[in-house]
Structures are given as C-alpha cells and as structure tokens.
Design a binder for this molecule. Structure first.
Ligand code: NAD
Length: 455
C-alpha cells in the first residue's frame, strides 16, 4: 500500500504491506489480553494516560501538522487546528474517565440497593476515512480507551503515515497492544469488524452499509457516520455578504472534502444578489499549495477524486447547468480542482442527489421557505443544514422542519464540537451518536444490579 502526497504525487509518504486477515486475528488476540489488563486499571490512571497522550501530541504538534499537510493535502491552517482539536479531544475524554459510571435507583423491595454500572465492551474496531486523519481516529479511540476498552484502528490507506505516527505517539503512553493500528484496505477492515466486540465506522455510505450488514450478521453493535449532501438556506432577510463568505468557506475550503461541506445552496426569492456575492466570495478564496499558510483550498485526495469532480461538472454542463465558476482550470502537478459553482440544474442532476467529494456547490432557487425546507429534505442524506436569517421566528420554524441530525443557524454547515453529540439522519448515519457524552453510551454496556437485604 502506497500513500502519496496529493499536491505532489511523486512524493511517496509511506509504503507498507496491508495487514492480512490472519494478522488482524493475531492482533485481536493480543488486544484481548491487553483489554483484560487495561479494563482493570484504575480510572485515574487511564485518565493520566490519555493526558500523557495529549501532551505527546502537543509536543509534536508542528511535526504532525506537517505530516497532515503532506499526506492528505489539508491546508496548513486547518491541519494545525485539527491537531489542536485532537489534543483537546484526548484531554476531554481523560476527564470523562472520572465521570459517574452509573446511578442508584429506588430499590425494590425497600432497602434493596438497585444500581446501574457501566463496563467497557472489549475490543473496539475503528475504521476511519482519510479526511480528518487525526481528529476522527481520536474522537473514537479516546472514549474507547477512557472507559477501559482496547482499540484496533484500521485507518484509510490514504492516511496510513499519520495513523502510524499516532500509534507511536499515543501508543507510547498506554500499555502494549492497547492501541493497535492495522494498515490496510477493505479486506483488513472486514477482518477488524469480525474480530471486534463493537465497531465504529466513518466513511462513505456504500462502505458503511457493507460494514453494517456484516456487523448485523455477527450481532456486533455498530455506529456508522457516512456522507452528506448538506444544504444552506438563505432567507431573504439574511445578511447576504456574510452568508456568502460563510458558505464559500463551508463549500470550498480543504477542497470541499468534509462530510459537513455545503453542497447545495438554496436561495429563497430572487437568487441574483446572493449568487453574485457567492461567486465573489469563492473567487477570493486562496487556492494553491497547502503548505502555504495563506492557502484555504488545496488539492483533492487523488486522481480518481479529481476525475469524479470533472465528471460531475461535465454532467452538469450537459444538462444545461451554468458553470458560474471553476469547472476546468487547475494547477499541475497535483490533484487540484478549481472551486466550482453551478446553477440552473434540472432537479434530477447527479449533483443534487449524490455526494461528490470535492469543491463543488450547486445554487438552487426556492419560491418560499417551505419549498426550501422540502428541497433540503428531498435527498437520501441527512447530516447537516444551515439556515441564514436574522428573524428568530423564521429560524425556529425552519429548524423544526429540517430532518438533518445537525442544524446550524447563521453558521457554516462545516464545524464540529467534539463535546456535543454528532451524527446524521437517514443514509448519513446508522446506530447511536458519537462524541460528547453520547460516546460513553456506545463504548460501555450498562448492567443493572439489585442487592436485596437478607431479610
Ligand atoms: P471510504 O468509505 O472509502 O473509506 C472509509 C474506510 O473504510 C477506509 O478506512 C477504508 O479503507 C475502509 N473500507 C473500504 N472498504 C471497506 C470494506 N469493504 N470493509 C471494511 N472497511 C472498508 O471513505 P473515504 O473516502 O475514506 O472518506 C470519505 C467519505 O467519508 C465521504 O463519503 C465523507 O462524507 C465521509 N465522512 C463522513 C463523516 C461523518 O462524520 N459523517 C466524516 C468524515 C468523512
């Protein structure tokens, strides 16, 4: 397996063999032994280990940022912010290790002690995408470890180098085999699912459904966070310039490679002034080498990702869509795509129904807010919607009509608070929410204990 720098594909970041299914099973045996030891470690020590992991990342933040820029082409400012987020996630879950692990209820018969108690589940299998190569593995691994589980992490092949470095930095603060990174692709991922007591996946809908099917057959609890086709709704009373700047960033920075990126902008009423503002805001985004601290839009991850964006733009054009910006120009070498804005698309166009993971956004007019809500909801996905308005009543009534897991008013669709529950509806998610206090429900199982008085 080879991972290459998307801005300079001749730069091989790492080349390692994929972990065979047999090697995954052997790693699982070691992780099971590690679990037996780790789950018996006092919570205060587990908290201390995660604190130490945060410290290890902190003292290598600059190096890790550089690796994120190099391996996945994330612009430097965003890469640095992601590393800081990873550190904060480790510190947050270090504290959660010390939270109450259950509650006491009224006993029956009176005098009985009736209480709940959380236990770790065992080996947790984590399968992660390349686009947040530090934050996503850590927002799954940190709660798993905090509550006493051991971890098998199967990272994306495109982010293998970052995952192996995380294994060194985080793994060094933990007992051996408690946190194991297993490089590989689909076959390695399936073996991880087969070897785990609980599975957390983030990635595309197609792969997530495949894994969900396997987990269901095995009776293994699963959490899957998948793609989105997120909309921003512009109500006529919105601050047009501010909304345009925010949406340009949410749609195009990091070349649109966020599950929460804005893919559709729905304009209530006359779309003209907002469209002009959005074109201007997109034109102002600095595109180029992600190593340059000023860059906000770098390359897409691979040649095939660039081809999918090209194909979507070509389809849009062939259906009579108007390319307001982008579509063709690019820098070489590297997998660069110009930020692309399209309007005038027919309702059945692919861009309006399927996630294209790149810097492409469609503008759609709506006669009124009800139609805007219907367009937002009229797709298979349900991750996040943002609404731009200065009218609180409007905001509240739209919030009530929108069927995405996250709803943000006067804020970009992109942006995740790791201390709040995160997840989507419909095809975007399966299983319980992750992050925040919701993580504890997933990485522990709840036992109800009754101790009755002897007489
Ligand atoms: P992907 O689905 O191609 O891969 C995700 C992971 O699954 C990788 O580690 C991959 O190697 C592994 N995998 C692939 N086939 C497998 C199989 N058959 N069995 C087991 N594992 C398998 O996704 P990607 O290209 O890495 O990431 C982009 C996608 O992730 C987009 O759809 C994006 O929307 C989504 N995403 C969602 C969220 C979220 O929280 N909702 C966050 C980030 C990314």
């Amino acid at each position: 397996m080879v991972s290459r720098s998307p801005q300079n594909p001749a730069d091989v970041v790492v080349e390692v063999p994929a972990t065979s299914p047999e090697a995954v099973r052997q790693a699982a045996t070691r992780a099971s032994d590690a679990y037996a030891r780790w789950s018996a470690v006092p919570a205060l020590e587990r908290a201390g280990a995660l604190e130490a992991a945060a410290g290890a990342l902190d003292s290598h933040a600059e190096e890790l940022t550089g690796l994120v820029v190099r391996e996945v082409g994330k612009p430097r400012s965003e890469a640095a912010a992601e590393v800081q987020r990873g550190i904060a996630i480790l510190r947050y879950f270090a504290q959660q290790a010390l939270d109450p692990m259950g509650e006491v209820l009224p006993g029956s018969p009176p005098g009985a002690l009736l209480y709940t108690h959380r236990r770790p589940r065992g080996i947790t299998g984590l399968i992660t995408p390349w686009n947040f190569p530090v934050a996503i593995p850590l927002w799954k691994a940190a709660p798993a470890l905090a509550f006493g589980n051991s971890v098998l992490l199967k990272p994306s092949p495109e982010a293998t180098g970052i995952a192996l470095r995380l294994a060194e930095l985080v793994g060094a603060t933990l007992p051996p085999q408690t946190f194991t990174v297993l490089p590989g692709g689909g076959a390695t991922g399936r073996a991880v699912v087969e070897s785990s007591r609980v599975v957390s996946f983030t990635g595309s809908v197609a792969v997530g459904r495949d894994i969900a099917g396997l987990a269901a057959e095995l009776g293994t609890p699963l959490q899957a966070e998948m793609g989105g086709l997120n909309a921003s709704i512009i109500v006529p009373d919105a601050d047009v310039e501010r909304a345009a700047t925010t949406i340009a960033g949410a749609a195009m920075t990091y070349a649109g490679q966020k599950c929460t990126a804005t893919r559709r902008t729905i304009v209530v009423g006359d779309p003209g002034p907002f469209t002009d503002a959005l074109v201007g805001a997109v034109e102002r985004l600095p595109v180029g080498d992600p190593n340059d601290p000023a860059t906000l839009v770098g390359p897409v991850i691979s040649e095939s990702a660039r081809a999918r964006v090209d194909q979507a733009a070509a389809e849009a054009r062939s259906l009579g869509g108007r390319l307001l910006r982008g579509g063709a120009a690019r820098e070489e070498p590297g997998w660069f795509v110009a930020p692309t804005l399209v309007d005038n698309l027919p309702a059945h166009a692919q861009l309006l129904h399927e996630e294209v993971f790149g810097p492409v956004c469609a503008i759609i007019p709506a006669a009124d807010v009800d139609e805007a809500a219907a367009i937002t909801n009229g797709v298979a996905y349900g991750l996040v919607t943002s609404v731009f308005t200065t009218d609180l009543d409007r905001a509240l009534s739209l919030v009530a009509k929108i069927d995405t897991g996250l709803i943000r008013v006067n804020a970009p669709t992109s942006g995740v608070d790791f201390y709040a529950p995160f997840g989507g509806e419909k095809a975007s998610s399966a299983g319980p929410r992750e992050q925040g206090k919701a993580a504890r429900d997933f990485y522990t199982s709840l036992h109800t204990v009754t101790i009755a008085p002897r007489v």
